[in-house]
Design a protein around this ligand. Sequence first.
Ligand code: HEM
Length: 534
Amino acid sequence: MERREFLKSAAAVGLTAGTSAAGIAGAAVAEAQTTGPGGINLADAAAALAQFRKTIPANFDRTYVENVIVPFFMTSLYEGERPLLPMIDLNFTKEMALPYHLWGMLYEDWKPAPDEGVTVFLQGLEKRGDNNLRKRIYFSAVTPDLYGPMYQAKVASFLDQLVAPQFAGKPFMRHYLDYYWQVYWDLHLGVKGADIPKEVIQVGEGFNTVLAYRNPTLPVFYENYMTVRKNLPFLKQWIDKHVEDIVAGRAANAEKTMVWYWLKNAGNGEHFSKKDIVFECFHNFVAFSQWGNSIFGIMSRLSENSGDAEIRASFQKTMSGDYDNANGAPYTPLELFVMELFRVISPNGGSLSSFDDAHEQTFFGESPHTQLGLTFARGNYISTPHTSTSFSPVHWTNPNQFDPARYLSVPTSAEIDEERTRKIGLAKCPFDKTTFQVEDGRKVGLTNSGFGTVFGVADGKPMPVCDYAGFAPFGFSYRRCPGEQLTIQVFEDFLRKVWHDKIVFQKLDLPNPGRVPVGPSAVVDDNLAFRRSS
Ligand code: HEM
């Protein structure tokens, strides 16, 4: 409703698609009315909008313009503070923290419809059940103890295909993107190969392409967005059918799928219904798409002709030693190396939050937006930055050095208990320290640190993460990435394979490399290849 009103006013200044000379004439009227409160020149605003109108291709669907382009135009994204502790306060919320123009890829009606399912990724802490219950249920499917027995063989078969000899010497990323859906659906539903319908592949590729290109006025963005929307009902039904197969015991090796753990640990479903499970299965397009820019980032740095000498030397050193032996430390040498790669690559730029306009509070008075009588909705988001936090000299004496050992001198989530947080002056973490016992037959619990970071404990043994603001690539506190350790385990396997198969990466000298959408905000030249050295 509010957006329609905006459209009406926008039409008067020629913003909307299909608006013609009459709209521009409206802008002239606005020009005659000149300034608004506070000296804002309405004619300037009208001219800016008319200018923007010209960038919208005429063939774009009218509802797309209304629900995607206009909200995009009305969105402001701010860079937030670099946190000193690994926490984000609740004033910056995950609730609806998705730029409005992207909702149409998740819901058919272009806007949030919680009855059709939700993702923990877009929920404020207050909506997640006691002590971040939904997050703990989600996490139960990806705790590190599951990787070896349940998921590793699937990842290994994917990696074998990725670096199969026939793909040597060819641009790698297109090939990666084509194979990636095999491991994605195998992990979620136990489905792969010809059993994945083309519509399901199309919606996934469309989704990732939109996230990579970012700008909704681009034809490539528009076309892929509309492909996602066309196939969304099919996708949801397809996932639903496979979830039902798992529920009914019709799926082979169901305990090797993430969905199996979500079903077992969802309790009465209040905080993880079956619709939510279906929803998480495709919302994970966002999460898993970051494996693409991660692998590209790793190959770039290890490349023999264009890589980073310090990182290449560190890889040699790590793999020449006892790389899988933690030797009493919280992490193995290989894990430390992968963690440091993620700090440096930072595949995810920042943790996005929505927040309130301070003007709406009485202390600051009415916002200028309200004073101007502008009733249309604005989108305001803030990003808590990852790269600059990971590189902050406040956290590290040697932030620019590639130093995997740095994580041995900062606390793990198992070490941040309440006594420790009290010592640094905090009375309480965002929620009580508590443990959720899984109900899938394992002796595994999901507990949390004094900063609210959730992590697993298997057979009484903690499986912690580095709980320090200087390690930012997977976010912070109650909203930190539950897929972090799975991701690290996958990349450990990738690097083991690289080492054992004597794989080397090279930058190709291509006159016109293909452009490929490898991850959120990442479209790159497809100019890296691998080969096996002797
Ligand atoms: C390179 C790979 C990945 C990176 C860099 C990454 C990064 C992140 C970051 C930074 C956040 C916090 C966002 C915020 O607070 O606003 C996050 C949250 C999340 N990630 Fe990941 N992620 C990756 C892979 C995965 C995978 C593989 C999964 C699933 C298995 C996953 C599932 C999630 C979920 C569900 C959340 C929301 C957590 C919550 O709000 O409580 N991620 N991720």
